[in-house]
Write a protein that binds this ligand. Sequence first.
Ligand SMILES: [Zn+2]
Length: 418
Amino acid sequence: MLRKLLSLVLFFALPAAAQTIALRVGHVINPATGVVAKDQVILVENGKITAVGAPSAIPKDARVVDLSNEWVMPGLIDAHTHLTLSEIPGKAPFEASYLKEGTALRGLRGLHNAQAILQAGFTTVREVGNEANYACSDLKQAFKQGWFDGPTMQCAGKIIAPFGGQAVRMPPEQGEFWKWEYIDADSPDEIRRAIHENIFYGADVIKLVADNSAFHYSENDIRVAVEEAHAAGRPVAVHVYGGPAADNVIRGGADSLEHGFGLTDDQLRLMKEKGTFLVGTDFPASHLAGLNPSNDTLADADALGKKIIDRLGRAYRIGVKMAFGSDTVSEMPGRTRADLMLDYLAVWRAAGVPPAEILKAMTTNGAELLRINNERGSIAAGQFADIIAMPSDPLQDLESLRKVNFVMKNGKIVRSPN
Ligand SMILES: [Zn+2]
């Protein structure tokens, strides 16, 4: 009886059924397989895709959107962003960016960047730390409330690192100011506590920095972090360039290595064997030149640019699972954060990765790494309607992704060519 009453209440509490949107589409790209289906209709209702198939299936009262001259695919995923952070240009050290801007301003910067990248087709991002005092969590809430259109955001909260965060050569008189962005954790117990704190304040992913200093996280430290994070349903992403620290990260069972610029073939093979993702943050040399070198790795932009192309090519040929991640933090006059993120496509091409594989890294693989592949990352019935379109085929020319002119986010059209 109670059940019957409850269902009656629910029935009357439900809003009127939302209108079905029917996207009449010229070409639908399935990035998981690289297969293109022609002349399809995608039906969207209450934020989700309800059917994909032949044009005969359009319901009479549906709102029809004509994308018959377009190439359509799932919204793009960037697995390594810092939308709330921007480097202060010039010679200011990296630390200045978080000394000069408070959490509110960082949240607004994040909003500005999030709106720009959504318009460009990035419908999901993973913000891997450097978000001041949990600005990403606040931004995520604002999007969930519907106050603004924005991408789905996963947040890491404060980055967990051995003493010092990612600050470099700071005088002791300044105190431990990095603690606004990082949590010092130098033992398994401190790592567990830091993970709890982050999850409490809204973290969806746990981000560690393994090798910013001469002291590294041990294999056991990483394993402890992975066990603790996995028990709470969160993946672990670890900033690591290479060397023995990377061995510890791979063997300790991290879900993804971030950057990994110095990974050897043996390390890449071990990653393949263990199913570890590489989020390579494959910077174009021109972007590296604009970064303030906070450590020696970033000092020679040309050399590092070549090293990144080489490492990306090797990772692809060895068969490591890769998710697209940009790590864009610079501002360049006249260019949006999204423009800069799409500059990475040229690096992937230079490394010899075929366009179909790159699209997969930007959708299917990203969704798997973010543990959302049952709801996002493909165009299929039951998925949230995160859909983008462009007037030419990205499988032929990847730069087509710069021409995205239709964006649907959770079933709402936020950009349209018509
Ligand atoms: Zn980063």
